[in-house]
Structures are given as C-alpha cells and as structure tokens.
Design a protein. Sequence first.
Length: 394
Amino acid sequence: MKQVILKQGREKSILRKHPWVFSGAIQKVNGNPGPGENVEVLTSGGHILGHGAWSPQSQMSVRMWTYTDEIAGPEFFHRKISQAVSSRSSFLSGNLTNNAVRIIHSESDGLPGLTVDQYGDYLVCQFSSAGAEHWKDTVVAILSEIVPCKGIFERSDLSIRKKEGMIESTGLLWGEEPPEFIEIVEDGRKYQVNIRAGHKTGFYLDQRDNRTLVGVSSKDREVLDCFSYTGGFAVAALAGGARHVTLLDSSGPALSQAERNISRNGISDDRYILMEADVFQSLRKFRAENRSFDLIILDPPKFVESRNQIDKGARAYKDINMIALQILRPGGLLFTFSCSGHMEDLLFQKIVADAALDAGRELKILKWLSQAPDHPVAASFPEGKYLKGLMTIV
C-alpha cells in the first residue's frame, strides 16, 4: 500500500474526521502514487489514520475516504452512495411535489469531490477531485444500478479541475442523451432546466426552501428579483401571489428562459417585466428615480472566490445591500444571500447591518437562511455550509 506520512502534530484535523490533507502537512510519500490512487495516511509515528485519494498537483494533496483500515473500493462506494440516496428519500422523484434533488453532496456525504443532482429522469454528475475522477466508472455503474434514471450526464466543467491536473469534461456517461430542457417540479412550481449549459448542474437546487419562503412572503407585494437568472425566485413570488415582479439580470438568454418558466406556470404577462441590465447600475438608477419595492431579492454570484478577496467582496455586498435598502418601502422585506464559502455568517450579517446604517434604515432580521437539507453539512466539515442568507424587514 502506498503511504502518506504526516509531519509531527499534523494529524489533529484527521482525528476530528476532517477530510482534507494539505501538502504542507506531509512529511513523506512512499510508493509514488498516481493521481486519484488510494494511499494509506499515517502519523509521523506510523499510526494509521485512514485511507484517502492522492492528488499530486493540488495543494490539497489527500482527500480522505475512510478513517479506518477500510480501503476505498466498489463495496465502499456502493455503501456510501446508497446511504446518500436513502437519506434523500423524502425528496426523490416519487414525491409528486419535488422531482429535483441533490443526492450526493461531496465531502458532506463522505465522498469528496463527487456531486450528483437528480432532475426528473436524469442524473448530473460533477467530478472535481482526482480521487472522484479515478473512480468515475465505478460511481456511474453504481448510480445506474440503484437510482432509476434514463441517463447520467457529466458537468465537470469546473475550473477547480485544473488545480487537480485534470481538464474540464462534459457529456453523456450512461444511458440516453438528455433533452434540451428537462421539466422539474419544485413545491408545485414548474421549471425547465438545461443540464447541458445551465449554471452549476443546471439549476440552483440549494435555494429550494428559500424560494418557497419568498413565495409565501410575496402576496400582494411588488417584487424586485436581482440576479434573477432563469426565474427561480420570480416564479415562486408570482405563484405566491405577488402583485408584480421585476426580473433583473445581465444575461439575455437567462431572462428568456425565465420567461418560459413563468409561462409554464400559467402566469399572465402583465404581472412581470424582464430587464436585461447590470444590477449595480440599475439599483442606482432606481434610487435616482425614487423607484421603490415591497420585497427585494439579492442572490448574486460569488463575490469572494478566495480568502484574499474577502475585503473586496465585502465592499460589493455592502454596496448592493445599502442601495437595495434605500429603495425598499417601509415594512418591506429584503432577502439577501451570499454563496461564497469564504464569507462567514457573522461577517455577512455585520455587512448587512452596516449597509442598513449607511442607508439610514432600521433593519430587523426575521430569519437566518441557508441551503436546502439535501445539501447537508457534516459536523466535522463546516466548509460544507457555503450558502448563507437573511430574511429582513425595514
């Protein structure tokens, strides 16, 4: 067995069952393992800590599969995948109100680098680590066996693969080619998803519960949906009885898809408007025109990609929240989010609070928001919690 021996005292995180071993913690590597191969991880004194996947080109040199004598293999993956799928039983396609769900959430399901989402009759996989890539054929065979589906599609078009020494990869892995659009149902709402080209694996499944909350909060309100993408929040707001929704996004194709999603839900054209424009500039324009709204949604892309971008990202979050609060009517609701894993919850809360002070508004937090429960967070892996949000009122 090829081995990775840690420096003295660097085993503490693994003893707490954290799955990452960085290159700086490694004293010695025995056996010249290849990318994704199993390695035995030992303390400097020779005590076995478990087994993981070797990634020679990444600063994250090992991702742990097990913390025992068990070596990852077909039986290991069958058990872990079965456990992950079983834990989502209340979300799976047999549920008439929900046929789109994340069935494997990488490290939080004990399968580092592997993400699998189900959209109706199709599965979409992302292999973001050398270890997950090494076991790709095994994973696909197991998924096709235990999850009823027509096809399994790969969306490993991820920049992180370059850090692992891999190129981006997309395409059919098993079964039938997916259609251009797959219709999903989420709490009674209908959406068409393009798994070949949509963001992430095609849709932001992590916002499911937050969309539903926006829906029940929107009745008789005029809503502004910023960074609306394909209309996830907008459809929820309209289905929930919003008087009118403005969808604001810089992508014309995304807005076109949003319009199709709205139409699929039988919503009349006079209840919404599409605006293809820069969100920051548009919010300033609304402020200059004294335009206001009853409910505003801020769900921007990542403003913080790494720790050295936190200050820059914090300024962007503060700016956009400040302007949104300035155009929110008294008694209005602001739903504001950050999907940046490096942005900590308390820092995000402080940024929003500072934005309220600068906007001259008194703000109350009604609810702390996070990702849907099919995106679990392992207690030993807090990094699995990346989505944070606030439901607030002025």
